[in-house]
Design a protein around this ligand. Structure first.
Ligand SMILES: [Zn+2]
Ligand SMILES: [Zn+2]
Ligand SMILES: [Zn+2]
Ligand SMILES: [Zn+2]
Ligand SMILES: [Zn+2]
Length: 447
């Protein structure tokens, strides 16, 4: 399979560099990891780097990924029953059996590694299906058993067929540009993921606007001429300073978001409008509670942001036009310590609706831990035949806060795939990769 190919290239690459240490490999590597914003230094000795150096930097990436996700993938969670855990959907097994199923972290690595998997992140109350009659696939971690009884309490939404959000799109980490959020309530959507623009009711993806966002930084920096006038050098300095300021701002403001959408750093969890509609009495009562809710976002069907904004204005003036105000569906964004504040509310309120819902959905008030497989203390990616860069990278990303996770997966796979395609011809001919090649490569991935 493709991942084995990559692995082979990596190992060759690493042997090569051990004998022939080349400068700046690590610089290039950290640029890849900082995702899409490389700033190559202008030191002449870094003008050319062989493809092998690049490939070996991928091995480093793999090692770091494994350090971040050091789980020992040797225990299937089937016997633990329904728990909150990382789940993967296997599309290969789905095609074979026609039945949706989900497997645990370890089984994704040990039993279905050569199958097409979709990472679903966490699901509550889920029992691994590997080795049950549902999958008809032996679980190697449970003595190749294949006819165990599947859980009767597992529920499967469209995610298990690779579809996500209200728009039912297939998730493509390379193409996906929007922010996606998982609904933590899940009573209606079963913890589905939603595009930010779909949450707002927009029909299409719109890139968020931000000053200088998307501007190619390599272009801006340029290369100072050898005989450049002082003024030119000063300009370069100014530009660099400006760029650093922009970077700082970007860090302070976090990822750019759509106009009218909360900053990703400003909330902890998301609850979708579908789940809210099912328990509208309850959510209508808590949506104004500032201790629990950061903000709500209305789902206003519209072609674009401009149309959406004008609908909002019209709706505010609704009484003026003698039209009835429309109550749009809405999503809720929860504050960081919403659990504590839900608990306080529970203990102080006499409202029976609120009490009843909080009784039923205890996870709103109490910590709802995600099962983590035991740690793997001996980490040596070169000896681990089951690891592939993508698997490990994807797993490393699981430990990120959930609203960043999907973006991380996108960026990681995006770079990995493109870098591999870019390097293949160079590696084949043992050709030197020139600085121009490198700059072009990074220019392209920034698009
Ligand atoms: Zn399992
Ligand atoms: Zn499978
Ligand atoms: Zn298994
Ligand atoms: Zn969508
Ligand atoms: Zn939901």
């Amino acid at each position: 399979m493709a991942s084995d190919e990559v692995k082979k290239e990596l190992n060759q690459g690493s042997k090569e560099t051990k004998q022939d240490q080349t400068k700046n490999t690590t610089d290039v590597d950290s640029n890849q990891q900082s995702n899409i914003k490389p700033e190559l230094d202008s030191n002449p000795s870094s003008d050319s780097i062989t493809a092998q150096d690049y490939i070996s930097s991928q091995l480093e990436l793999e090692r770091e990924a494994k350090e971040l996700m050091p789980y020992d993938p040797n225990q299937c969670t089937y016997s633990m029953g329904a728990i909150r855990q990382q789940i993967y959907a296997c599309l290969t097994c789905l095609a074979k059996t026609g039945q949706t199923s989900g497997i645990c972290y370890s089984c994704s690595i040990q039993c279905h590694s050569d199958h097409e998997l979709v990472e679903l992140f966490t699901k509550r109350n889920f029992t691994c299906d590997c080795g049950t009659t549902k999958m008809n696939h032996p679980c190697y971690l449970r003595s190749k058993i294949f006819d165990d009884i599947p859980s009767s309490s597992n529920s499967y939404n469209q995610n298990f067929k690779g579809h996500f959000c209200d728009c039912k799109q297939l998730y493509n980490p390379i193409e996906e540009k929007s922010n996606m959020l998982q609904c933590i309530f899940g009573e209606t959507c079963q913890e589905d993921w939603f595009h930010d623009y779909c949450i707002m009711g927009l029909t299409h993806y719109e890139p968020p606007k931000q000053k200088d966002h998307g501007v190619n930084k390599l272009d801006q920096l340029g290369e100072p001429e050898i005989d450049a006038a002082t003024q030119n050098i000063k300009n370069e300095e100014d530009k660099k300073e400006e760029l650093m300021k922009n970077d700082q701002q970007e860090e302070e403001n976090g990822e750019p978001v759509l106009d009218g959408f909360p900053n990703l750093d400003d909330f902890d969890c998301y609850i979708c409008w579908k789940c809210i509609n099912k328990f509208k009495d309850f959510f209508d009562k808590i949506k104004q509670n500032n201790d629990i809710v950061v903000t709500t976002v209305q789902r206003i069907p519209s072609e674009n942001l401009q149309e959406r904004n004008s609908i909002i204005l019209q709706n505010q003036d609704g009484t003026f036009f003698k039209k009835r105000k429309i109550d749009y569906d809405y999503s809720i964004f929860l504050k960081t310590n919403y659990e504590e504040n839900f608990k306080t509310l529970y203990n102080t309120t006499n409202d029976t609706t609120i009490k009843k819902i909080l009784d039923e959905f205890q996870f709103l008030m109490n910590d709802d831990p995600i099962y983590e497989p035991p740690n793997d203390d001996e980490i040596d990616p070169e000896d681990d035949d089951n690891s592939s860069i993508y698997d490990l990278g994807a797993k490393a990303i699981n430990s990120l806060p959930r609203e960043q996770a999907i973006q991380g997966v996108q960026a990681f796979q995006d770079i990995k795939t493109k870098l591999k395609d870019f390097l293949a011809p160079f590696a084949q001919d043992g050709k030197i990769v020139g600085k121009d090649d490198v700059e072009n490569f990074f220019k392209n991935i920034q698009k």
